[in-house]
Design a protein around this ligand. Structure first.
Ligand code: HEM
Length: 499
């Protein structure tokens, strides 16, 4: 017994010493050859710094400030390098780039099944994109637009009946309901009913037990598991999973919710009747059948797991940001309204000032602002003229690229739609490709057309009908960042315009 106690006494100090010495040894051994790059002190030896930054809710700003302090190429973990140059973004994310998604994406998987977002093998990713691409074309988006118009009308009628008497209200939950209803309609052919119930709770059956769940609530909780755990090295993850068991349960519930909706949708009919083919599931089934591909509900559920989140979190936060910036900039709001009033056509896709406001929102707000982590392939890769060995993680923060004065000119922290326009304001002067909001290359956002079309329709409808003001124009837009930057609250007042 005595012997056992003594041996236990030896073990823990040994573990502690090893935990302190090993990072130092690894730092000196420098397996990735990145010791020469400057960066925060703690980031040289451990993942604690990037983990702390990740859960601070301000990752993009903190890394941006670190670039200001240490330079254009900085080390942000023992294995990861961050670059601030927009040209490096193009190198890493070009179609010809050999860099792959890092193991950060492993934790985002739908229980046990990979999807287009989490796929890390180039060949597997190409296959998935091929299958999904036809479901997101500009034509599909155009066909869906009337349904977005109808949902946004429902939202505005509600605002008109409740708030036009000068009451300030928080627009965040309303925009959340709109975004979920719209994407629910796009995917399953029926809205999720949040605007009708004015609540984010949705019915959910699991093992014949019927209850309601807050869909945005469980999605946020799921992100609070997969995002921070993804920042840790793989050997720490099993331990971390024990700590975040509540969040893992949320991920399971979310998966079960999507699987249940897929089942319901499939049982409605085989998805091949013409009136149902406008939704994503119907189109997916039709395409699988036309190509004689085997249809796997689990594979579809796994894709939808990502698409439902990717299509709501980003779009809704962009819309809230657009409302906030325009409400804070009366001149820009008036110019936009004048353009909308004088536009004779239903097609708003080419309105210069509307597009300038949208681009400027996506630049300044950057719903996804982090450096998307990519792994350098073996044996290595030249980036910005320097050799990086295989296995190194690299990224270029979108937030920082969107504040590069060489591209955007001065006052990059200001909302200035005019920076996008020619002198006479009649056309877009700047190339929207400079925006990295939707990323670039083979892993760029698949929902870009849909998001842009929805945002144009929503912004135009809101500002055509109302003058919008902020309750507190001096207050910044409060955000919290995980993988996506989320607006926490945005209190506005609306007044019916006399047009
Ligand atoms: C303003 C709205 C949106 C923004 C800012 C946005 C941004 C992005 C970004 C930056 C990526 C790359 C992520 C990475 O490589 O880690 C991405 C990927 C993706 N997005 Fe979006 N997105 C938006 C809307 C949408 C919509 C509406 C959908 C679908 C309904 C969607 C579906 C996806 C999917 C499936 C991927 C993974 C693509 C792949 O890896 O091949 N997104 N998005």
């Amino acid at each position: 017994m005595m012997f056992l106690t003594v041996s236990t006494l030896w073990v823990w100090p040994a573990v502690l010493v090893a935990a302190c010495i090993l990072p130092l040894v690894l730092h000196l051994y420098d397996p990735y050859g990145i010791r020469k790059y400057p960066g925060p002190f703690l980031a040289k030896f451990s993942y604690a710094w990037i983990f702390w930054v990740g859960i601070s809710g301000r990752r993009s700003q903190i890394i941006h400030e670190a670039h200001d302090k240490y330079g254009a190429v900085i080390r942000i973990s023992p294995r990861e390098v961050s670059f601030s140059s927009p040209s490096v973004y193009s190198e890493i994310h070009s179609f010809s780039s050999k860099a792959t998604k890092s193991n950060f994406y492993d934790t985002f998987g739908s229980i046990g099944v990979r999807n287009v977002f989490t796929s890390r093998s180039k060949a597997d990713h190409v296959q998935r994109r091929k299958l999904l691409h036809p479901l997101f074309t500009a034509q599909v988006t155009r066909e869906f637009t009337p349904r977005t118009v109808s949902l946004v009308e429902q939202l505005l009628n509600e605002w008109e009946s409740r708030f036009v008497d000068g009451k300030y209200f928080d627009c965040v939950p309303w925009i959340v309901w709109l975004a979920f209803d719209s994407i629910g309609d796009f995917i399953f052919g029926t809205s999720l009913g949040m605007l009708n119930s004015r609540s984010d709770s949705v019915p959910f059956v699991r093992k014949s037990d019927e209850k309601t769940i807050s869909l945005p609530g469980i999605i946020s909780m799921r992100e609070q598991y997969n995002y921070p755990v993804g920042l840790l090295p793989v050997w720490w993850r099993p331990l971390a999973r024990r700590i975040v068991s509540k969040e893992i349960e949320a991920a399971r519930t979310y998966h079960a919710f999507v699987a249940h909706r897929v089942e319901q949708r499939l049982s409605r009919n085989a998805g091949l009747q013409s009136e149902d083919v406008y939704d994503l599931v119907g189109r997916f089934l039709k395409k699988s059948k036309a190509q004689n591909e085997a249809f796997h509900p689990d594979a579809l559920t796994s894709e939808l797991n990502t698409i439902l989140v990717a299509g709501t979190d980003t779009t809704r936060n962009s819309l809230i940001a657009a409302i906030y910036y325009l409400a804070r900039s009366p001149d820009a709001q008036r110019t936009l309204q004048a353009e909308l009033d004088s536009s004779p056509t239903q097609d708003i896709s080419a309105l210069p000032f509307l597009n300038a406001c949208l681009n400027e929102t996506l630049r300044l707000y950057s719903p996804v602002g982090i450096g998307l982590p990519r792994t350098v392939p073996h044996p290595g890769m030249l980036i910005a003229g320097e050799w990086f060995v295989g296995g190194t993680t690299v990224g270029v923060p979108i937030y920082t690229v969107h504040r590069d004065e060489n591209i955007w000119g001065a006052r990059t922290e200001e909302f200035e739609p005019r920076r996008w326009l020619s002198e006479d304001g009649r056309e877009l002067r700047m190339d929207a490709d400079a925006l990295k909001t939707f990323s670039d290359g083979s892993m760029r956002c698949i929902g870009k057309h849909l998001a842009l079309a929805q945002l144009r329709v929503m912004i135009a409808a809101i500002f055509k009908r109302f003058d919008v003001i902020l309750e507190n124009p001096e207050a910044p837009l409060h955000t919290e960042e995980w993988f996506v930057r989320k607006a926490i609250e945005c209190k506005i007042g609306v007044r019916r315009r006399g047009v």
